[in-house]
Write a protein that binds this ligand. Structure first.
Ligand SMILES: Nc1nc2c(c(=O)[nH]1)N[C@H]1C(S)=C(S)[C@@H](COP(=O)(O)O)O[C@H]1N2
Ligand SMILES: [Mo]
Length: 449
């Protein structure tokens, strides 16, 4: 777990309570007229002074030859399986200091602050295990497909991995987000870094066989079988119901590949379910059985867990889709801006309902918004990278991003979300994230209502 103050980009845990509209206005005062002028000037000119200064001072790193230019390099395959540079050794998935580990049941968070583009390196993909992870022997792993009634599925089958891997495959890029991502922030708790606020989120290219194809191979009767139950081979007896419409449209698949190689054991090797747009818990790992039925199964992981208490006293149950959400990953909580001037502000946006249409960014806590550049091609139910130019004038600022998906849904503020959901939830927090920057350049997590 380690001391978070020793992690790069984790300088100061600086939790703060909610800011009122008036406080945001006060912080933003004096910034608005500046923003209008500086955006026109923002560009290459702001970068030039930094480069010039290094050469004027006679920077030894440009004047002297380093050892790597004057010695023999290491031979190929010194690392038969490549590993990151020693200088990147602190970019790791980490357990939250605030969460307890029970046996193998815990979470490790993805270091979003250090990643680029949209693909999560496989070794940094977040982990969530309800009963630890196993390195399952693929030669002994089986996928059984059956019906809760013989009328639902004509010929139940048991597939080996070899049999599955001979079938027609698809490769698709999708995000996976735990329903509890950003869950600690429902109440008045601001965890320090984006790794801990949003790091139960990753995005990979998955390869596998559409579940539709397998069900049809087993002679499913779509008129009768309207639900699918997915079951994992680990000790947690992870079981989740998935409505048949999600399978029939071809989006759900059983995956063995992740980012060009077999799944990592922590992520379900040798087989996991991919349920695009749906909360992580339904992406059953070490997938060993699919049953089709005519009604939801109300398993422990959907009837007792994964429910949220609403202000009315009612429970929100059988939740599934991850609503449109975004977060600025650089700069983000715990980092420090070294000096005034130009910055490429960068972040991620995603929606369980399809593609991202637009991302707006505010530098003054939500008073003014500017549309960010979106890196294409924008993919269905995948992370989408956005960037925007910013010139920091050295004064306090509050950075926010607000995503809009192709259905027209706009990511809500904390005020808007709490109006509907209250403060007693754990799951499905997709509120706008705010990062406050103070004169010293330090960035901290604040909540703007
Ligand atoms: N068999 C099994 N599948 C599982 C889990 C589990 O504990 N056992 N955890 C679920 C939860 S809650 C999440 S968020 C995702 C996490 O996937 P990852 O560990 O690959 O990030 O897997 C889901 N699938
Ligand atoms: Mo999860």
């Amino acid at each position: 777990m380690g001391d978070i103050s020793k992690q790069p980009g984790h300088l100061q845990p600086a939790p703060e309570s909610f800011l009122t509209e008036a406080e945001v206005q006060a912080i933003a005062a004096g910034r608005r007229s500046f923003l209008r002028k500086s955006f026109l000037a923002a560009g290459a000119a702001m970068v030039a002074p930094m480069a010039a200064r290094a050469t004027e001072a006679g920077d030894p790193e440009i004047l002297n030859l380093p050892t790597w230019s004057t010695t023999l390099g290491k031979p190929v395959a010194t690392n038969p399986y490549g590993i990151p540079s020693q200088y990147e050794s602190q970019l790791l998935r980490r357990e939250s200091p605030g969460l307890t580990r029970v046996g193998g049941a815990s979470v490790s968070f993805c270091p979003l602050q250090g990643l680029f583009g949209i693909i999560t390196p496989s070794g940094l993909h977040f982990e969530r295990h309800h009963q630890g992870w196993q390195d399952v022997d693929p030669a002994r792993h089986r996928l059984m497909i059956n019906g809760s009634d013989p009328a639902f599925l004509k010929s139940p089958k048991v597939y080996t991995m070899d049999q599955l891997m001979r079938l027609p495959s698809v490769s698709r890029i999708h995000f996976i987000e735990c329903g509890a991502n950003t869950g600690l922030e429902w109440g008045n708790v601001a965890v320090p870094t984006v790794q801990y606020t949003h790091g139960m989120l990753s995005c990979s290219e998955f390869t596998g066989v559409p579940l539709k194809l397998l069900l049809e191979d087993c002679g499913v009767d779509y008129k009768k079988a309207r639900y699918v139950l997915a079951e994992g081979a680990d000790g947690s007896s992870m079981t989740r119901t998935i409505p048949m419409e999600m399978v029939e449209n071809g989006e759900v698949f059983v995956a063995y590949g992740m980012n060009g190689e077999m799944l990592r054991p922590e992520n379900g090797y040798p087989l996991r379910l991919v349920v695009p747009g749906v909360q992580g818990v339904s992406w059953v790992k070490w997938l060993r059985r699919i049953e089709v039925g005519d009604k939801p199964y109300a398993t422990k992981d959907e009837a007792v867990h994964y429910i949220d208490l609403l202000p009315s006293g009612l429970h929100r149950q059988y939740t599934s889709v991850q609503e449109c959400k975004s977060v600025i990953t650089t700069p983000s909580g715990g980092q420090r801006l070294l000096e005034k001037g130009f910055y490429n502000v960068s972040g991620l946006a995603w929606s369980g309902r399809g593609r991202i249409k637009q991302v707006d960014v505010s530098f003054d806590g939500g008073i003014n918004w500017k549309t960010a550049r979106i890196e294409g091609p924008v993919q269905n139910k995948a992370l989408t990278r956005f960037n925007i130019n910013w010139v920091w004038d050295g004064k306090p600022a509050i950075l926010q991003s607000r995503a809009i998906d192709e259905t027209g849904y706009v990511q809500p503020s904390y005020g808007q979300l709490r109006e509907v959901r209250g403060t007693k939830s754990i799951y499905h927090n997709n509120a706008i994230q705010s990062w406050k920057i103070v004169e010293s350049g330090e960035v901290s997590n604040v909540q703007v209502l």
